[in-house]
Design a protein around this ligand. Structure first.
Ligand code: GDP
Length: 391
């Protein structure tokens, strides 16, 4: 599957940049020589943020500054309603650039990425998807990053209100939304910048085998049950999550592989990778609430047996009895077994439901705070009104 990736705001652009990096890696001569991206774009209202990443080309048609007339390139200061107004005026430059990109005809889907908690990304992603949806028939997926727990504290948390309004808008237009919970990836003891870098790399790694599998041209690496863009499209709807697990095969397993114990080890490695993938899903929820599941197992060709796929299918069927399950193999890896898992059409996501309830409460509180502030400021002015000024 080939994607065109569009990042909105700082978080979205950083993740889009990691997608660009992984595509460079995938297509390199010493690696798979497979292209999984047709292009990547970064959209922001903050000029400084557009310079903060490494891989997306630096020209103005890849890094697009919007809203200069109102923000002068300094961002929207977390007010996503301002960003939404800006994109309503400047969506044409964004959509035209994406649709006119050189290899757009090869793209299987568009992936739009933003944080829910910021201003620019959360305010611009929904409207852009709406505009793109009117102009292209290809699927448009969104990835929305939910804030860390500490960002949600207090009676005036923009992170909560922005995320809620962003998800509410995006869910009207996107074909599916990948939810990513920053809190789930949190690493204590490392800096925020390191945390972001690591989280972004982990997020993007999830798509590596998945996108490569259907683009593989070397016959010896083509799976017996290939997962291609069509399968991915059928596996995605509404709220979705993705995760990946990887278990290294022992360095000596090839020499001993005829021994029955090695066969057991291979199967338990696959089971381990699947469990890890489930644990690493980008948002916590109960698999019973998924209605579509896609699993891709990658490893050495002679290790990926029918029994292994059957066991995986049985495991997932038991965990998600109401889901349509698609399983594929990709015999590409030589030293490890990796499982990529997508759970989609989620009918219950407590984290998102709580966020909506909290946001409703905060909007109400904000109204009360605004009224109280106006009243108190008026009182303050009343007290000073008879004093002389120096104007
Ligand atoms: P914007 O530029 O106004 O859209 O704002 P940001 O994208 O900086 O949004 C702030 C939110 O995004 C907060 O919840 C941050 O925790 C999160 N965030 C910012 N940068 C990154 C990043 O590179 N990766 C991840 N995973 N989260 C980020």
């Amino acid at each position: 599957m080939k994607l065109v990736v569009v990042g909105f705001g700082q978080c979205g652009c950083n993740i889009a940049d990691e997608f660009y990096a992984i595509n460079n890696y995938a297509k390199s001569l010493f690696n798979r020589r497979i292209e999984i991206l047709t292009d990547a774009f970064a959209i922001n209202t903050d000029e400084a943020d557009l310079g903060g990443f490494k891989h997306i080309p630096g020209d103005k048609s890849h890094r697009i500054l919007i809203g200069t007339m109102s923000t002068f390139g300094h961002g929207v200061g977390k007010i996503n309603a301002t960003a939404a107004e800006i994109i309503k005026d400047s969506h044409a430059v964004v959509t035209d650039t994406i649709l006119k990109s050189q290899k757009f005809h090869e793209t299987d889907a568009i992936m739009a990425i933003a944080s829910g908690g910021g201003g620019t990304g959360s305010g611009t992603i929904g409207w852009t998807i709406k505009e793109l949806k009117e102009r292209v028939a290809k699927p448009i997926y969104a990835m929305v990053v939910l804030p860390f727990g500490f960002e949600e504290k207090g009676d005036t948390s923009y992170a909560v209100m922005n995320t809620a309004t962003c998800l509410n808008t995006v869910s009207q237009y996107a074909d599916a939304i990948f939810l990513v919970d920053n809190e789930r990836f949190r690493k204590t003891g490392s800096s925020l910048a390191q945390n972001f870098k690591q989280i972004n790399q982990e997020i993007v790694q999830n798509f590596y085998d998945l996108c490569c599998a259907g683009e593989e041209r070397n016959e010896k690496y083509v799976g017996s049950k290939v997962i291609d863009a069509g399968d991915i499209k059928q596996s995605l709807a509404e709220l979705s999550v993705i995760g990946r697990g990887q278990v290294d095969l022992s360095a000596f397993y090839r020499r001993r592989r005829s021994h029955y114990r090695e066969g057991v080890k291979e199967r338990s490695s696959a089971a381990g990778a699947l469990l890890q993938a489930e644990n690493n899903l980008t948002m916590g929820f109960d698999l019973r609430d998924a209605r579509r599941i896609l699993a891709l197992i990658s490893g050495p060709k002679d290790v990926l047996t029918l029994t292994m796929l059957e066991e995986m299918s049985g495991f997932l069927q038991a965990k998600a009895p109401k889901a349509v399950i698609r399983i594929g193999d990709y015999p590409r890896r030589s030293k490890d077994i990796s499982v990529t898992l997508i759970a989609s059409e989620l009918t219950k996501v407590p984290r998102v439901q709580n966020m909506f309830v909290k946001a409703k409460d905060l909007f109400q509180k904000r109204e009360e705070i605004t009224k109280e502030t106006t009243r108190k400021l008026k009182q303050l002015r009343e007290i000073s009104k008879d004093l002389p000024t120096l104007a």
